[in-house]
Design a protein around this ligand. Structure first.
Ligand code: AMP
Length: 307
């Protein structure tokens, strides 16, 4: 089943203990769509500037990602600069230039109308909501956000959360959004804001899927996946979006969305996140094969199997 994703398509400058990369193709929707494309067809909605040329286009084309919904506008693409020198698990934002995203009016191409799966990747919640409203046919809607939108744009974000089935955020963001430091209580509070499932990412410690909390039972169930133990993490940027791409891409490729499918999706999410961080930017995703994905999925099985 095809997935439509809206989110940032950007250029990033990052510094990590492994080195520095200037203006590499990045953005939440970019990482998400490349990762998800190994499992399902992906269609992107975004806006880019005049600095987005044939080289960048070819990265999407090589993975058959549909970019007819990426609008070209006069000016520069979204730019983000971050540093992981202090903490490899959490980026310190040094600069964010919205550029062409500042005046973006998302338009959904007619060819995207049959997407049953919608992913609202990290971007202004006002844009996420517009895309949600313009895609009423979507049957499963997931989304992501970040500290910036939680802190400074909370009312708009709360509107987006009402329309989500699944929210994927990291543990700091979960605590921040709920205003509660206990992760289980925070997860329950976030699910009460709309999403019936919450995936909390813990960086190098894996991820937890929370579900099943209802106002009558007050029981919160969870399922955990580890992160793959890597000897070298080169650039953590995009790990969360690649996790989301593996997770949601796998779900969209399956007929039955039962709980066993969600558990496997958590593992595919971890697999895709672990590949992304091995190299700078999208380099590792561009060189990846489906066989490598399956091999690492099986390593995950061994890593977590008890009997
Ligand atoms: P993550 O998976 O959380 O590491 O996401 C990294 C990507 O998010 C980077 O490639 C950035 O271009 C993008 N990004 C950073 N800040 C923002 C923002 N405020 N809105 C949308 N995208 C962002």
């Amino acid at each position: 089943m095809p997935i439509t994703v809206v989110g940032s398509v950007a250029f990033d400058t990052v510094e990590t203990p492994a080195g520095r990369r200037e203006r590499c193709l990045a953005g939440a929707a970019t990482y998400f769509s490349l990762a998800a494309s190994f499992f399902s067809p992906v269609r992107v909605i975004a806006v880019v500037g005049e600095d987005f040329g044939p080289t960048e286009e070819s990265v999407f084309a090589a993975r058959n990602v549909d970019i007819r919904g990426i609008e070209r506008a006069p000016g520069k693409s979204f730019f983000w600069q971050g540093s992981y020198l202090d903490n490899l698990n959490e980026a310190k934002t040094l600069q964010t230039d919205l550029n062409v995203f500042a005046g973006f009016e998302p338009k959904i191409p007619a060819a995207y109308a049959d997407s049953d799966f919608l992913f609202l990747a990290n971007i202004d919640p006002v844009l996420q909501r517009r895309v949600r409203e313009a895609t009423p046919q979507a049957k499963l809607v997931a989304g992501d956000t970040m500290n910036y939108w939680i802190n400074d744009h909370k009312p708009a974000l709360l509107e987006v959360l009402k329309g989500l089935d699944i929210l994927l955020i990291n543990d700091t963001e979960t605590r921040m959004l709920a205003g509660n430091n206990n992760l289980v209580q925070a997860a329950r509070a976030v699910m009460a804001m709309g999403p019936r499932m919450l995936v909390v990412k813990h960086g190098e410690y894996g991820a937890t899927l929370f579900y099943g909390s209802t106002s009558t039972t007050h029981r919160t169930e969870c399922f955990k996946t580890p992160a793959f133990p890597l000897e070298q993490v080169t650039d953590p940027t995009g790990a969360g979006d690649s996790f989301a791409g593996g997770f949601f891409g796998y779900l969209a490729s399956q007929k039955d969305l039962d709980f066993a499918t969600f558990r496997r999706a958590m593992f595919y999410g971890s697999v895709m996140g672990s590949f992304t961080v091995e190299r700078f930017g999208t380099d590792r995703l561009q060189a990846l094969t489906r066989d490598e994905i399956e091999a690492r999925f099986n390593q995950f099985r061994e890593l977590t199997h008890l009997d």
